[in-house]
Design a protein around this ligand. Sequence first.
Ligand SMILES: Cc1cc2nc3c(=O)[nH]c(=O)nc-3n(C[C@H](O)[C@H](O)[C@H](O)COP(=O)(O)O)c2cc1C
Length: 355
Amino acid sequence: MKIPKLQIGSLSASIPIVQGGMGVRVSLAPLAAAVANQGGIGTISSIGLGDIKASADEYVRTAKEALANEIRKAKSLTDGHLAINFMGVLSNINDLIKISVKEGIKIIAFGAGLPTKLPALVPDPSVNLVPIVSCARAAGLILRTWDRRYNRITDALILEGPLAGGHLGFSAEQLEHIEDFSLEKLLPEVLEVIKPYEDKYGKKIPVITAGGIYDGKDIARMLSLGASGVQMGTRFVCTEECNVSQQFKQAYLDAREEDIVIIKSPVGMPGRAIHNKFLKDLEVKGKLKITCPYRCLTVCKIETAKYCIALALLNSYFGDVDNGLIFCGQNAHRVDKIVTVKELIDELLSELKEA
Ligand SMILES: Cc1cc2nc3c(=O)[nH]c(=O)nc-3n(C[C@H](O)[C@H](O)[C@H](O)COP(=O)(O)O)c2cc1C
């Protein structure tokens, strides 16, 4: 079997694998560049970057500079395809998107919110706009709005199902019936919704599926169902190039299936994480003390938030996992070794060929 390329606008990745954006600091330049060097698309997360002390005084400037530096670093490591991941709930999102475009980024992945005004912010047609959605309705809404307002459609879509890591675009109730929202069910619905727009504009909208995709067999299944590529997060955490602490990776290696839980996040969406001391303490205390110099999220209310999610994720990144939140996908319990990105991608591709 020939490995299909993933075409997004005028960009062509030689393998149909996107490494998903993972905040806070889980997907930085070394990981994204390593994936891009293997022919995939590497994504840097724009969230939670920069010197923490400097951020307390000058959050907006520090965050912007840190993202620019991360992009420059990645570009010094690869000539391959790089994307930046943004969450719609970030208070400084417009700034971060603008700096990414200025630094030459050609793929903007936008999740946790509907990017209805994104084409106005990024009118340059050479920059590929890729919303992340969890249902056909959201895909249809974005396409309808962009078509009417901007005479433009999305350059690709990432369809993230309920098995993904990090924040999830499903309600707590929906997550109790995960089987009703499988990618196998969602993908045909999305393909149907996008069809009239593909016909009208005479171009394909590649759909990249994400969430629970673990091996080459999974990739083959997604491609056979009509996906143009897959986005994977969890598998890339336990790679040598991923910048998180050894303790973070060890928590993945140690996790059992029953340790992987759904949490309520201050972002206002459910998330998937490893049930650890931090989450147990939170259950006992109800609320942790918060001081917030950043105001990094538009949706986080300091009076009612149970903890600072930026700090909790940073703690895990630095290795203090007992006081930190460890986001992961549903399949994290299956990861049993740390490998290089090349080893992982070689394994995925040989499984894909076999499947
Ligand atoms: C540790 C972690 C952090 C994540 N952070 C983000 C994020 O900041 N923004 C986002 O859009 N998706 C985030 N995700 C989702 C991934 O980009 C990806 O779509 C998802 O994890 C795919 O599912 P998988 O982990 O089963 O492969 C995160 C996932 C993980 C595991």
